[in-house]
Design a protein around this ligand. Structure first.
Ligand code: ASP
Length: 369
């Protein structure tokens, strides 16, 4: 089994020993849970779901409890799961009150005729199947809230810089700032966007659901206690191969910090963020979702192994380290094939990741080697 907890600028210099130990221990716990399920002969789907639930329940990761905030200060979660034996798949997008979106994705796969359900419809489906809906405040974490404040400040600064730059008539879209992977070009003025940041957190229909701390003073350097983090760090995923020779893959995320509400990334999109087919491979991805969708990343990797006969690691590297890197898009994947071959590829300084084989010994890594 292989799991991940997101990619990004994860370097030893900005990591405290305590945080490093916390990540390592949570990833180890998830691997151990998955391995125990596989060792007793249960399915790869069960192992993937169990491992992801543990990571979703931890505030360390951008999934479930640790989900990042939208621009509007809400948490909107996406997840998907796929069975390599049958190519059945289930996904949920934009859910706000489901503690473990990966389990709801599995319910969609197993108890509905559909593949993907979104927002209120997905939550109504959850209720019908006895899934408890939590208040939105469950997903609030101070660390993610501060990250949103930093992102809003950075966006404001970029806007004022852009406003000061003359726009050339006839500029091609790919020259426009919107086309870059590392920054989303803001619409409207910085001033207007700044006003959107209140001290109250609002839920559906504008109801105030939490009183929030004051936005950090940008002159003081926003939130010095938390090092700057990529806007999406911490998505989680798993791929596994069971004793019956069946592959499965799953991914769960809060998306990207400061995303617009309603934005849906690659994680719930089968073929982009998640894919599993016994005939080729199982993949879970993490990174800048828009690029994963455009490049159909997970499916492309598996298809390369079949159509081009590329070894799994080469296929993963071609897509992540060449194609995505050429587009200046951050990302990483974990992958497995039916022979148990494992591939891990990322184009960032670090990726939270771990593997466990038949011997049950978990190996967790964070930085590039
Ligand atoms: N891929 C996720 C998204 O774009 C974020 C991530 O993996 O870090 O929603």
């Amino acid at each position: 089994m292989v799991i991940h907890g997101g990619v990004g600028t994860i370097v030893k210099e900005t990591m405290t020993p305590e945080l490093e130990a916390a990540y390592t221990s949570k990833l180890t716990e998830a691997l151990a849970a998955g391995h125990a399920i596989l060792a007793r002969g249960s399915s790869s789907l069960d192992a993937v779901e169990a491992a992801i639930r543990i990571l979703e329940d931890s505030p360390l990761f951008n999934a479930g409890k640790g989900a990042v905030f939208t621009h509007e200060g809400t948490n909107e979660l996406d997840a998907s799961i796929m069975d390599g034996r049958t190519r059945a798949a289930g996904a949920v997008a934009g859910v706000k009150r489901v503690k473990n979106p990966i389990s709801l994705a599995r319910l969609v796969m197993e108890k509905s005729p559909h593949v993907m359900m979104a927002r209120e419809g997905a939550e109504a489906f959850a209720s019908e199947h006895g899934v408890e809906l939590l208040p939105e405040s469950y997903f609030f974490t101070e660390r993610r809230w501060q990250q949103l404040q930093q992102a809003l400040e950075a966006e404001k600064k970029r806007t004022s810089r852009l406003d000061a730059t003359p726009r050339h008539a006839g500029a091609r879209p790919e020259q426009a700032p919107q086309a870059t992977a590392r920054g989303v070009c803001p619409e409207g003025s910085g001033a207007r966007r700044a006003e959107a940041v209140g001290r109250e957190r609002r839920g559906a229909g504008g109801r105030v659901i939490a009183q929030l701390p004051r936005r950090a003073d940008p002159r003081a350097g926003a939130c010095p206690e938390s090092p700057p983090m990529p806007r999406h760090l911490g998505t989680v995923g798993a791929v596994a191969l069971d004793q019956a020779g069946n592959l499965a893959a799953g991914t769960s995320t809060g998306g990207m910090t400061n995303k617009r509400f309603g934005r849906i990334g690659d994680s719930p999109v089968i073929g982009a963020g998640t894919y599993a087919d016994n005939a080729t491979c199982a993949v879970s991805g993490t990174g800048h979702g828009e690029f994963f969708i455009r490049n159909v990343v997970a499916y492309d990797i598996c298809a390369r192994t079949a159509y081009l006969g590329q070894p799994l690691q080469q296929a993963a590297d071609e897509v992540i380290r060449r194609k995505l890197a050429e587009q200046n898009a951050e990302g990483g994947v974990i992958a497995m094939d039916r022979s148990g071959a494992v591939a891990i590829s990322f184009n960032t300084p670090g990726m939270y990741r771990g593997t466990v084989g038949r011997d049950g010994k978990p190996v967790v890594k964070i930085y590039q080697e």
